[in-house]
Design a protein around this ligand. Structure first.
Ligand code: ZN
Length: 177
């Protein structure tokens, strides 16, 4: 995969691990480029499955799922430190803080602190992404019509920013109305 191109994808597509091309009517794996044609029925373990199911199985089998693949990407791409990656892997494997702490040679309270910080980082990342996306709009196309067409824009954020007076629950929760 050309890792730079992952940034051009929509968050939803990255989460799925594949993109659907409406014109070609096919599914492409974002990690290895393998292609599944919607017009073809795929054979899997003596069953016949659709292209969508086939690519889902491909992601699970060849890449051990999207989360694991994303976590295995370079630090420079994920922005995560080694410790943060380990904590997230532990969460993914549903490990208790105590067990995870033992394995990592740190205290359970440090594990909890890291978990808390990751949640904070998630909230901050949303705001940061929104700010940068809004900046992109104000730099060029002022028209709402145009901003709706903007490819790079996360659709949900776009909707929120285009429909004035509707604030995300995150904001109302903090009385920023
Ligand atoms: Zn693949």
């Amino acid at each position: 995969m050309n890792l730079d191109s992952i940034y051009d994808l929509k968050i939803e597509d990255i989460a799925l691990g594949y993109i659907y091309n409406e014109k070609k009517r096919d599914f492409t794996c974002i990690f290895c480029g393998e292609n599944f044609d919607e017009g073809i029925i795929y054979e899997d373990d003596r069953n016949f499955i659709t292209a969508k199911r086939a690519i889902e199985k491909h992601i699970e089998r060849e890449h051990e799922g999207v989360l694991k693949t994303l976590l295995s990407l370079e630090k420079d791409i994920t922005g995560l430190t080694e410790i943060q990656s380990k904590i997230i892997t532990g969460l993914m494997e549903k490990k208790e803080s105590k067990k995870l702490a033992e394995e990592m040679g740190i205290s359970p309270s440090t594990v909890r602190t890291h978990k808390f910080y990751l949640q904070k980082l998630k909230r901050q990342s949303k705001i940061f992404l929104t700010i940068m996306n809004l900046l992109e709009i104000s730099e060029g196309e002022d028209e709402i019509e145009e901003c709706l067409k903007s490819k790079k824009m996360n659709e949900e954020i776009l909707k929120n920013s285009c429909e004035s007076n509707t604030l995300h629950p995150f904001f109302t929760q903090y009385n920023l109305k």
